[in-house]
Design a protein around this ligand. Structure first.
Ligand code: ZN
Ligand code: MN
Ligand code: MN
Length: 328
């Protein structure tokens, strides 16, 4: 199976391959530009050349990109919608230059304009994107979402509707995020649930058009419509769920990448990948100590601050007690 992780491109897009290699990845997801900025300098020729070289050297295939967080093709606001279309065209062109296998994109948020209006707007936006990028080979992979706020794409039907509405449906495929679908209300905790969820995806969108999977456990409960990623087996989906998911023969040829929390050295990626590979091979390795999540780190900081506050209050109280002479 092709398994990997989303990797940083700090130092140039080509640097992601060495990072993927260091954790034993055979698939890869990257950003092709800064994901929290609209503007981007053109990709330098040298970087494109190095990217192709590194890809050949490591043999890491396939590579997908994830689109910028700013893009919202469902936006009812004309200015943001147009910026989103231009940005999406730019992302597609960059993907094409790097010969990537897909551009994963969140469908968009209707921001109060309603579901059907939002879906129409996305399809119109995609039509415009495709019209401005004729002949490009790289497909857009619409990603299943958790349905947080007014995010669309949390029902498989919504993804299918978008594809039905666009003029060039052959340029649309899909990406399934395990955390998102679970939070959206498609269960993955048991063998039966995984089978039912994949059956439903197949009937509505078609597994033949599933070109990537995002492997994330969910920090938030089933049907919570909240998007918070957890390490594999350490969230609400759990190891049993991933064990069936990873061994479903229908997913054997779908590249999968982690988007789980990680520190600077990506030790977490290596460990999550190791677990995922073991589960895919049909084994259930011994459980290790849970890895820190972002919430855990924040919680620890908060906890430490609270202890410090309590200690200094106790010290102050002791001092004032001493000053007033009232003991015990
Ligand atoms: Zn995504
Ligand atoms: Mn995802
Ligand atoms: Mn997410």
């Amino acid at each position: 199976m092709k398994l990997g992780a989303h990797m940083s491109v700090a130092g140039g897009v080509h640097t992601a391959f060495a990072r993927a290699e260091s954790v034993g990845g055979t698939a890869l997801q990257i950003f092709v530009k800064n994901a929290s900025q609209w503007a981007a300098k053109p990709l330098p020729e040298e970087e494109i050349r190095l990217f192709a070289e590194e890809r050949k050297r490591t043999g890491i295939l396939p590579v997908v990109a994830h689109d910028s967080y700013l893009i919202n093709l469902a936006s009812p606001a004309a200015a943001l919608w147009k910026m989103s279309i231009r940005a999406m065209v730019n992302e597609l062109e960059r993907c094409e230059l790097l010969a990537l296998d897909g551009l994963v994109a969140h469908p968009g948020s209707h921001v109060g304009s309603g579901e059907s209006q939002g879906l129409k707007r996305i399809a119109q936006g995609l039509d415009d994107v495709f019209r401005r990028s004729p002949g490009l080979r790289v497909p857009i992979l619409l990603e299943t979402t958790a349905g947080q706020g007014s995010n669309l794409g949390w029902r498989f039907e919504q993804l299918a509707t978008i594809r039905d509405l666009v003029r060039e449906p052959e340029r649309i495929s899909f990406c399934l995020d395990t955390c998102h679908v679970f939070a959206a209300g498609y269960d993955l905790r048991t063998a039966g649930a995984v089978a039912a969820t994949l059956d439903e995806f197949d009937q509505v969108c078609g597994l033949r058009d599933l070109k990537a999977v995002h492997l994330n456990d969910s920090l938030k409960p089933f049907e919570s419509r909240r998007d918070r990623h957890a390490h594999i087996g350490e969230g609400e989906i759990g190891r049993a769920g991933f064990a069936t998911f990873m061994t479903d023969p229908r997913l054997a040829d779908v590249p999968m990448v982690l988007e789980t929390p990680k520190g600077d050295e990506a030790k977490e990626d290596a460990r999550n990948l190791e677990l995922i590979r073991a589960l895919a091979a049909g084994t259930m390795p011994k459980r290790k100590r849970a890895m820190p999540t972002e919430a855990w780190r924040k919680g620890t900081l908060k906890g430490a601050a609270k202890i410090a506050r309590e200690r200094s209050k106790a010290r102050r109280d002791a001092n004032s007690d001493a000053a007033s002479g009232s003991g015990r």
